[in-house]
Write a protein that binds this ligand. Sequence first.
Ligand SMILES: [Zn+2]
Length: 278
Amino acid sequence: MEYGAEVWIERDWKQAETKVTGMGRRLLNGRRNLNAEVVRGELGLETLESRWNGARLRFWKKLIEGTNPLATWVYNKRREDFVLNGKKDKGNWCWRTWELLKKLGMEETWITEYTGRWGEWRKRCAEKIAQNEKTEWRKDVERKSRLSTYAKVKCELKREKYLDFLRGEEMRAVLDLRGGANDLEIDRGRQEKKPRAERICKVCKAGVEDEVHVLTKCAAYHEQRRACQEKLKLSELLEMEHFVELIGSSEKNKKQWKSIGRFAAAIFKRRKELLTQL
Ligand SMILES: [Zn+2]
């Protein structure tokens, strides 16, 4: 699918990105409406665009160095045309390469065509691309209100440890609490366009039912919460900071994640029971 992408990809291939995200979502056993940013974030997934950009810059170096004299001759001709036309021809292969280098803060390299040794070039490109990817991903996360909790618990674009420690319902419950796609009133209300203040917990009726509420406040899960606190030797679980500590990406071992996963799964199980009794 990607063979020669550096030559023929001239626009974002959204469909391919969607396919990869879909595979990631299945791998996580996430809900169908789980945001793509969360799928990528939890798995530390690189976009195809970044991979293709890397390939493009490596191919560009080969063109500059004249590895294939005919290809270099064509490139030089195209570059000349591109510059003469005021760098406006988007159909010219050079346009996207120039745009990419600008986006990565490497326009100077486009002008000088000095790329250094192969090892240095690979490393520099990989770093710039990864940095750009992280910035773009973070911007997308912060733009969506559904991901406001996720923005607090997740900072790095890298694979989450809990995915290696948890399975089934426990993994799903932790993902639901982190990723914002869950059955809680906060998420349901968003879909129904209900004001935030009206997305009240149906179980305790004592506040907006968001992720922090069920994990640290809701009286219905007091027992489960106490059991988890005892396992983790925590004095209390009351506020947002405790929530972030518990469900966030901070360093935790297998045993700790197991206790958290069990607690999260117990909340959703109990909630389901209580809701059917209403
Ligand atoms: Zn409640």
